[in-house]
Write a protein of this length. Structure first.
Length: 315
């Protein structure tokens, strides 16, 4: 290296670094025939693609559009608020699968989120990567990009969840016409949950209720604190604090009013005492005036008598 090599390198023009070349996208294995054991060990936790397993065949979960995702996010947050207030169940999110051995064959499904009640015969354990029982509530965010995705959630999974014993099944979507809320009958079939005054009430989670129209509006949860539909479980601590503050304010007002009334009573008693003292002074003044008048009259009478007596002695 020449003596000036280091200096030459220091002053050489800098070549901008090229961004790393992206790796080729992993090819989807949708439709691939694999055994259940291979699915669990290779495809269940696949990071690039999310697969379910349908009786030997991989099925890639479709992706919902952003607005449907917002519906899903709003509703899942509503359920979280409910479970904070009524801790009767556990909520699980994406990628938690469960196995359904059906008469038509075994399937492994990953609902977008599911609910396991605390009294479910199969508890959800902290280290579980899949659920070994049957969810009490399954919720899917409908993907309408392809007809197969629509059919999978609205027909195939509906039949599978009903046959597998899932008590409730909800389908969420940005359009109300594609939303559905089912409850399982004693015959093992799903029937739509009939709204009561426009409100859907869950049987799996008693007390959880919502307006389907709110899924499209997605109001801020803080605005639901005083809504009678949601007041029982959305931010109840805020209402309790507000009610406590209102109670304390009423108590402070009552105490202030009591103090004002006590001051008014004291003023009235002072005025009455002043009036009584004034009356006593006036009575004393009248007595003094009467005594002076009586003395004057007695003096005049005595003078008159003396004059009469003097007159009689002179005569």
């Amino acid at each position: 290296m020449s003596p000036n090599a280091a200096t030459d390198l220091a002053h050489a023009p800098q070549v901008p670094a090229l961004p790393p070349r992206p790796l080729p996208a992993a090819r989807s294995a949708d439709g691939l025939l694999v055994s259940e054991a291979v699915y669990w060990t290779t495809y269940y936790l696949e990071s690039d693609h999310h697969y379910e397993w349908n009786n030997g065949r991989l099925e890639e979960k479709p992706v919902s559009d952003y607005e449907t995702f917002l519906v899903y996010a709003w509703f899942s947050e509503l359920v979280r608020h409910f479970l904070r207030t009524h801790p009767c169940a556990q909520l699980v999110g994406l990628e938690m699968g469960f196995r359904l051995p059906l008469p038509s064959g075994t399937v492994i499904r990953k609902p977008d989120f599911g609910v396991v009640r605390n009294d479910n015969p199969q508890p959800l354990l902290p280290l579980d990567c899949s659920y070994r029982g049957v969810f009490d509530l399954c919720i899917e965010a409908l993907s309408d990009q392809e007809r197969s995705g629509i059919e999978r959630d609205t027909v195939i999974k509906k039949a599978e969840y009903a046959a597998g014993g899932v008590p409730e099944y909800y389908i969420l979507h940005k359009h109300p016409d594609h939303q559905a809320f089912y409850t399982r009958t004693a015959a093992g079939l799903y029937t739509p949950i009939a709204p009561q005054a426009g409100v859907i009430c869950s049987r799996v989670l008693p007390g959880l209720q919502f307006r389907p129209t709110d899924l499209a509006r997605r109001p801020e949860l803080e605005t639901l604190r005083d809504d009678p539909v949601y007041a029982g479980f959305v931010l109840p601590g805020w209402r309790a604090d507000r009610e406590q503050a209102a109670t304390e304010a009423r108590r402070a007002d009552a105490e202030a009013q009591a103090k004002r009334e006590a001051v008014n009573r004291a003023d009235a008693e002072a005025q009455r005492a002043d009036a009584e003292a004034q009356a006593r002074r006036e009575a004393v003044d009248r007595a003094d005036a009467e005594a002076q008048t009586r003395q004057r009259l007695e003096h005049e009478l005595a003078t008159l008598r003396a004059r009469l007596a003097q007159g009689q002695s002179d005569g």
